[in-house]
Design a protein around this ligand. Structure first.
Ligand code: 3H9
Length: 706
């Protein structure tokens, strides 16, 4: 046996141990080790039973995702070994702990019996990688849990706990102890009861109560709700095969459907994001040995929508949080909104009354900013205005205890200027949350010129603790996300002035899978918020000398069309439903006339997509060449986790490679020549031009930030 998979004797029980840290992924070496161990067990007739378990923090978290790109990848060796395990003529049990996912659960399903520690989570999350379980999970799980639950778990990728798995028939028993203790005791019980092997594949899928059109409905739903995900349809077909075909035929169906997905661009994009997300957490130059600052309590200045949302993140993670406001009315309103939010979650069954009480007990509100003196981290979430934020930062510099971290939630302003205002810039970092802050996964962490390494590392670790995906940005206007959003909005507004309607603009990018087009996005975030950002940027001298730049948002702001909240912005709202408004088109036409912009009736979806997304990609390339982002994947994570960019496209830069950089450069040059480029809007990023010229991919660019 190997160090990775060992087979040891405990009396007449053979104990197979998988040790492939950190998560016991099924690398080719694990599969080879597993196969050898099974062969050794087959050959040794003195064993009465086999126990399969893993060392370390988890059972097996799945197939080795890094191996899926290999041209010679094949699930067959693993699947053959699973078949051999199931065919063993003596009982085989799996002792489960940690996260039993994907190929890990498929291993457990091939064993005859399963016992789990109470904290175990089990799931088939392959759908999140754009594939389906390829080691008979789609065939064995329905045989244990029924087609309905199996399809739900496989299609959603959600995990279930050990007790729910026991009730569903996936796990036989839940026991306390270490995996080895629990597994050995369980197998000894099996032997004492003289129970023999039992193969999951020999069972029929229980189909009581399943409507006759169950799979037809599921297929229709997959087509309607997940049109961009080929995995959605394939998953239904695979589970249908389990329910309707003999095991061997279902196996062949699964293999064919799995392979089609593995090589699909959608899955490649989603696998890219899996690793990009983990990579984003790593900061070049900061080692694991760096001591972090303790964060036991958090203070937040501003109890508005943003401040309240931010507070909920910490409270949800069990961290005592104090909210500070300037008036009692604002504080009461902020605390009231948080309570209402938790009570609504409780009404939906997502929280218990006790959890609501616990969370509210962790939250304190006060008008006295002296409360910040006890906090390890204080985040300012006041209105986006440089003068106000400078004042606030100066005060925080005085009131916060030595060593406390001071964070600004600015979405665009210069973090170095704010850091200087505190008088202690090493303690300062940007923490840019996205609205709604308790829901959106993205956190942009802005590294100032003087941010101390331990401050940055502490905030990155804290982000993980509160369930965010954090991406580091250098200092520039709008950081990674909003700087790119600015060019995207710029083109949306020019298109509007040229004659495209908001629904035409949004429709073009939503047809590619964007969760929301730019017009709906800003209407929801607030036209006032967007206009203010542009105005502040103007004050800081950042705007191009072009009066037509973002003219629409400024006009909308002047006339009080603040977006969804006022019933009108780019769109007019029928309740929450956006509808094109003749008034918007009149405003756009009027602005076009006053700025000498020609109106056209021939704007097509292709032009909209190119002008919006190729500008976005070009700006992303600039962000990379300037070293504002560490790596291309960080930019992809910002846009998929923060702006609704479709994950099946892998983010803007991954998509750029799929389109071809040369094509993008050619189209940028086309717009420069057809539209004129007095303000450099279409100037091609030198990095993009150079990579396109060399036929290289931007996703492979190593980055420039030291
Ligand atoms: C599958 O099973 C297909 C089968 O049906 C067919 C097979 C033939 N592979 O997330 P973390 C790495 S598809 C390779 O930070 P956590 C990860 O990159 C798979 N590497 O830890 C990271 O590396 P690094 C189905 C993997 O504690 C390190 O492990 N399974 C894999 O926050 C730590 O990861 C899944 O989709 C992998 N499968 O969360 C589960 N998994 O340190 C995917 C992790 O170099 N994994 N790594 O950055 C997860 O969801 C989480 O990693 C897990 C732990 C919950 C397990």
């Amino acid at each position: 046996m190997t160090d990775i998979v060992s087979l040891d004797r405990h009396g007449d029980i053979a104990v197979l141990t998988i040790s492939n840290p950190p998560v016991n992924a099924l690398s080719p070496a694990v599969v080879a080790g597993l196969t050898a161990a099974v062969a050794a067990f087959e050959a040794d007739r003195t064993y009465a039973a086999l126990l399969v378990h893993s060392s370390g923090r988890t059972f097996v978290a799945g197939g080795d995702i890094t191996s899926f790109d290999a041209p010679d990848f094949s699930a067959a060796p693993y699947n053959d070994t699973l078949a051999r395990i199931e065919a063993l003529d003596r009982p085989v049990a799996a002792a489960l702990h940690g996260t039993v996912l994907g190929g890990g659960l498929e291993l457990a399903l091939a064993c005859h019996w399963r016992v789990a520690l109470p904290s175990t989570q089990l799931g088939l999350p392959e759908v999140k990688l754009g594939i389906l379980p390829g080691s008979l999970g789609t065939q064995r799980l329905p045989r244990l849990a029924g087609a309905k639950l199996a399809l739900d778990m496989i299609a959603s990728g959600r995990s279930i706990g050990a007790e729910a798995a026991r009730q569903a028939g996936i796990v036989d028993e839940v026991r306390e102890g270490t995996p080895l203790e629990v597994g050995l005791a369980f197998v000894q019980d099996l032997l004492a009861r003289r129970v023999g092997p039992r193969g999951t594949s020999e069972r029929a899928v229980p189909d009581e109560g399943l409507p006759a059109d169950f799979f037809d409905q599921a297929l229709a739903e997959a087509a309607a709700r997940k049109p961009f995900y080929p995995s959605a349809r394939n998953i239904v077909l695979a589970v249908q095969a389990a329910a309707t075909l003999p095991f061997a035929e279902g196996e062949a169906v699964e293999a064919r459907l799995f392979e089609a997905l593995r090589v699909s661009p959608e899955s490649q994009a989603m696998r890219h994001l899996f690793f990009a997300e983990r990579q984003a957490a790593k900061i070049p130059g900061l080692g694991r040995e760096l001591a972090l600052r303790p964060v036991h309590s958090v203070g937040i200045l501003g109890a508005g929508t943003m401040g309240g949302g931010i507070a909920m993140n910490f409270v949800n993670a069990g961290i005592p949080t104090v909210l500070v406001e300037v008036t009692q009315a604002a504080l009461d309103r902020g605390l009231g909104l948080i309570r209402t939010h938790y009570e609504a979650s409780a009404a939906k069954g997502r929280l218990t009354a006790q959890q609501v009480a616990q969370r509210m007990a962790l939250l304190r509100g006060t008008l006295d900013d002296a409360a910040f003196a006890d906090c390890d981290l204080v985040i300012e979430a006041v209105f986006e205005n440089m003068d106000l934020k400078k004042q606030v930062c100066a005060r925080l510099g005085q009131v916060c205890q030595p060593g406390a971290i001071i964070a600004t939630n600015t979405s665009t302003l210069d973090v170095d200027v704010l850091a200087a205002a505190t008088g202690r810039p090493a303690d300062v970092v940007g923490m840019h949350f996205f609205s709604p802050a308790n829901v959106m996964r993205l956190l942009e962490v802005v590294r100032g010129a003087r941010t101390a390494p331990d401050v940055l590392a502490t905030v990155m670790q804290l982000a993980r603790r509160i369930g965010k995906v954090a991406v580091v940005s250098g200092v520039c206007y709008g950081f990674i996300g909003n700087r790119m959003a600015e060019v995207y909005m710029r083109e949306a507004e020019f298109l509007m002035m040229e004659g495209a309607s908001p629904s035409q603009i949004d429709g073009a990018v939503e047809a590619l899978g964007m969760a929301m087009g730019p017009c709906r996005m800003l209407d929801m975030a607030g036209i006032d918020v967007g206009a203010n950002t542009v105005i502040e940027y103007g004050k800081a001298g950042g705007l191009p000398p072009d009066d037509s730049y973002r003219a629409v948002v400024r006009r909308m702001f002047e006339i009080g069309r603040f977006g969804q909240k006022t019933g009108a912005g780019y769109y007019r709202y029928d309740g929450r439903k956006p509808v094109d408004d003749p008034e918007t088109s009149r405003i756009a036409a009027e602005l076009a006339a006053s700025h000498g912009i020609a109106r056209r009736s021939d704007i097509g979806a292709q032009e909209i997509v190119e002008r919006l997304l190729y500008s976005l990609i070009n700006e992303g390339a600039r962000i990379l060449e300037e070293g504002i982002a560490y790596r291309p994947g960080d930019i992809d994570i910002v846009w998929t986790a923060g702006y609704g960019f479709p994950d099946h496209k892998g983010g803007p830069l991954w998509m750029a490679d799929a389109i071809g950089l040369a094509t993008i450069v050619e189209r940028l040059q086309h717009y420069a020549s057809t539209r004129g480029d007095a303000f450099g809007y279409w100037r091609v990023s030198p990095l993009l031009a150079s990579l396109a010229g060399k036929g290289q991919r931007i996703s492979d660019f190593a980055g420039t930030l030291a």
